[in-house]
Design a protein around this ligand. Structure first.
Ligand SMILES: Nc1nc2c(c(=O)[nH]1)N[C@H]1C(S)=C(S)[C@@H](COP(=O)(O)OP(=O)(O)OC[C@H]3O[C@@H](n4cnc5c(=O)[nH]c(N)nc54)[C@H](O)[C@@H]3O)O[C@H]1N2
Ligand SMILES: Nc1nc2c(c(=O)[nH]1)N[C@H]1C(S)=C(S)[C@@H](COP(=O)(O)OP(=O)(O)OC[C@H]3O[C@@H](n4cnc5c(=O)[nH]c(N)nc54)[C@H](O)[C@@H]3O)O[C@H]1N2
Ligand code: SF4
Ligand SMILES: [Mo]
Length: 721
């Protein structure tokens, strides 16, 4: 680890002091130090080196993506000038004033013709807290629209919904990840951190026993004490079955249930019917292994139940998480020191991004937009009458699916998402995006969605600007500027301010300085569920580890923040957690003669999300060069494909071309596709539009498909861009 340099007055052209910051990608937010080669804060384009920091979540480790992140700062096709689509349909360079004037005047026209809800906004969980906050304010005040949502709907929304119902509050992990190292047992339902958050394995690896539930034998499952491999979409039955065994074998914590919870009888009413053999029939997990899992968990003094996207991204995802929470509550884990339930949130600011008001039903401080007291508080901070705040809007998929339809939005502004690749039924969503009168995309690379836009606004990226993010533990972190931005690109905050002014808003309502936005966010969040009012840049810069809630007590002592929640009670008025009454139901689509296999989707170690960032990093492209389909060798043989072949994977919605990877440990009824690749390699050409009724999460993890050799002459149902 390099030494902390003594002063800032380095001689010209000497290497600059390393800047302490965090990785641009996932919610673990590994601590890093960036060292630009050039003088000052490093000229745009100068090489930058990264080293891991001793930050607690990564303790000196990084994954391949973190190690190669500086390459992203020098992507050859980095956007450096606004682009406007011309009369011939081509995106051509434009000046900032022309681009912003054009966006503002078209927004005004669309609003005048169709009303304020004809303009919509899609945000992202990668945006800093400051950006997420200002984006929500911009939508509600400058646009006056209710139509704003963000890609977190596609991420952890089912866990957030179930967690809020159970505990009265949703913080992904209500404890620091380092606590996991002390555990006697950890159950991971549908999470593969060995590939999605590798440094987390440092902590998980120290737990005495781990149980992994995943249809694939992932690197995480490989290292586990016990691997349960259910058919995709059947976790709800499995979780009900685990609760059944805990109760019938007398392994549950009757005392904790009585003292800390309500609603056990209702939950048991459904679990009672899920005896082990019935669960085995539905899930394929042998009864003996179900019992083993329960015994490991119940026998542990310190135990955790954690969920990831594999359990959550289903049309029954909220109920599935609720069933795992029910299991955790029955075992007395939440509310006990050294034990608990948690969701492994995914995006860099997946936690903060869901708290500050870019969600359709939400205002800053994790407040509800329909709560009159919340509206009044936020309106006061914003200096407007509460009546000026619109009500709740459509959820992300519903919003995307309404674009350009009768009564749907005619304009969309995208900040921090690439739905052409990442939204379910991607061909359908791409058609909807193409039907818009105006699509504006703010990004720093020409993502697949940016390429469809009428206007592209080039923005800054992580190491070029300041801000805060909140990691998966609810800890607020400082992202710091280490290099100069390329001339021509502007920060999102500045873009929002300049658009707002052109739409008739006072400039001082939209500060461009992140610190000022954060100061306002503190006030707006005060008294809310996610209270940041006691957190300041100064405290963070002094190295304090601050987890929300961290209220400011004007007359009392400085609040230390809350690394561990629920130890004195849950966030419901009576302090008790709620069991939820849930029962199993099948996925919206099940295999049949035409589409006999389950397809599930997820991640590869070397690519991130829609890939718009990591596909621009040559080292990562060498590690994961293109779309693949993992398939059991017997299934491959039946389908007539072999290792390395190009295959077509078809669902009722479309067709993907992917290279065959034979995986003998995979279930024979299941194939797996990563969703990181564009064009006809998009896994989301297969996925459907069923939504969870509670969270509005799409069913990313289950579609019915068939596999065949690519090029076969039955090109029925093919879909492309
Ligand atoms: N390398 C990499 N890391 C990432 C990301 C990335 O894109 N790439 N993205 C970040 C983000 S935003 C997120 S949300 C997290 C996601 O992190 P994870 O939740 O770990 O990632 P996934 O690969 O989506 O899903 C996890 C596992 O669920 C399994 N699965 C599929 N269907 C089912 C099912 O029906 N039941 C069960 N029990 N399991 C199932 C898959 O086989 C997969 O191994 O990762 C973050 N980290
Ligand atoms: N089939 C399938 N589909 C899935 C999933 C799955 O498991 N299976 N997972 C879902 C999940 S969990 C997620 S989180 C989504 C993610 O999918 P997306 O929402 O598409 O996420 P990203 O690919 O991270 O896209 C973010 C875009 O914003 C840009 N960007 C980054 N930072 C900033 C910024 O500060 N400002 C602006 N203006 N732009 C920025 C990036 O360059 C990138 O182009 O995908 C979902 N889709
Ligand atoms: S685990 Fe996540 S935060 Fe850490 S280096 Fe990898 S992508 Fe970055
Ligand atoms: Mo995510």
């Amino acid at each position: 680890m390099s030494e902390q340099p003594s002063g800032r007055s380095a001689p010209l052209a000497a290497p600059q002091a390393p800047v302490a910051t965090h990785c641009p990608y996932c919610a673990l937010q590994c601590g890093t130090r960036l060292s630009p080669a050039g003088p000052g804060d490093g000229p745009a384009g100068a090489p930058v080196t990264v080293e891991p920091d001793a930050f607690p979540v990564n303790q000196g480790g990084l994954c391949q993506k973190g190690w190669t992140a500086p390459t992203l700062l020098r992507a050859p096709d980095r956007l450096r000038t606004p682009l406007l689509r011309n009369g011939a349909g081509r995106l051509v360079p434009a000046s900032w004033p022309d681009a912003l004037d054009s966006v503002a005047s078209r927004l005004r026209e669309i609003r005048a013709a169709h009303g304020p809800d004809a303009v919509a906004v899609l945000g992202g969980g990668g945006l800093t807290n400051e950006k997420a906050y200002l984006l929500g304010k911009f939508a509600r005040l400058a646009l006056g629209t209710s139509q704003i949502d963000y890609n977190g709907r596609f991420c952890m929304s089912s866990a957030a919904t179930a967690g809020t119902a159970a505990f009265g509050l949703d913080r992904g992990l209500p404890f620091p990840v380092t606590d996991l190292a002390e555990a006697d047992a950890v159950l991971l339902a549908g999470a593969n951190p060995a590939e999605t958050m590798p440094p987390l394995m440092r902590h998980l690896g120290r737990a005495k026993a781990t149980i992994v539930i995943d249809p694939r034998r992932t690197p995480t499952a490989e290292r586990a004490t016990l691997h349960l491999s259910p058919a995709p979409g059947t976790d709800l039955a499995l979780a009900l079955g685990l609760l059944h065994i805990a109760v019938t074998e007398g392994l549950y914590d009757r005392d904790a249930v009585e003292r800390r919870t309500v609603g056990f009888e209702g939950a048991w009413g459904h679990a009672a019917a899920w005896w082990p053999e019935r669960v085995e029939r539905v899930t394929g997990v042998p009864a003996s292994r179900q019992a083993e899992a329960v015994r490991i968990l119940a026998g542990a003094r310190r135990a955790y139940v954690l969920t990831g996207r594999g359990a959550e991204q289903h049309s029954n995802g909220t109920d599935t998480v609720a069933a795992f929470v029910n299991l955790a509550l029955a075992l007395g884990l939440p509310g006990r020191a050294g034990s608990g339930y948690g969701c492994l949130t995914g995006q860099g600011n997946g936690q903060g991004g869901r708290e500050h008001g870019q969600k359709a039903d939400q205002l800053p401080g994790y407040r509800s937009i329909t709560d009159p007291r919340a509206r009044e508080h936020v309106a006061r901070v914003w200096g407007v009458a509460p009546e000026r705040l619109p009500g709740p809007g459509r959820s992300a998929f519903e919003l995307l699916d309404a674009l350009g339809t009768d009564g749907g939005p005619r304009a969309l502004l995208v900040f921090g998402s690439n739905p052409v690749v990442s939204a379910p039924d991607a061909a359908r969503v791409t058609r909807r995006l193409s039907a818009l009168d105006l699509l504006v995309v703010a990004d720093f690379v020409p993502s697949e969605t940016a390429r469809l836009a009428h206007v592209v606004l080039p923005v800054l990226q992580w190491a070029e600007e300041e801000g805060t993010l909140t990691n998966l533990e609810g800890r607020v972190l400082r992202r710091r500027r280490a290099v100069s931005p390329p001339p021509g690109a502007r920060g999102d905050l500045r873009v929002l301010r300049e658009l707002a002014v052109r739409l008739g808003e006072p400039a001082d309502r939209y500060p461009e300085e992140p610190r000022l936005v954060f100061e306002e966010l503190r006030r707006a969040s005060r008294g809310g569920r996610a209270d940041y009012s006691g957190i300041t840049y100064e405290r963070l810069d002094a190295g304090e580890a601050l987890y929300w809630p961290c209220p400011q007590n004007p007359d009392g002592p400085t609040h230390p923040g809350t690394p561990r929640m629920f130890l004195d009670g849950f966030a419901h008025p009576d302090g008790r957690a709620r069991f939820q009454e849930v029962d199993h139901r099948e996925p919206a689509e099940t295999p049949d003669d035409r589409f006999p296999l389950w397809a599930t989707t997820g991640r590869l170690l070397a690519q991130y999300q829609s890939g718009s960032q990591t596909r621009r990093v040559p080292d990562l492209m060498r590690a994961a060069p293109g779309p693949t389909v993992e398939i059991h060798p017997d299934t491959a043989a039946r389908a007539g494909v072999a290792e390395g072949d190009l295959a077509w994977v078809r669902s009722a919605r479309g067709r993907v071309t992917a290279r065959v990877r034979m995986v003998p440990t995979l279930r024979a009824d299941t194939v797996f596709l990563p969703f990181h690749f564009p064009d006809d390699g998009r896994a989301n050409l297969l996925t459907g539009t069923a939504l969870d009724p509670r969270s509005k999460m799409p069913e990313f993890k289950v579609s019915a498909v068939r596999v065949e050799p690519a090029g076969r002459g039955t090109a029925r149902g093919a879909t492309g861009l």
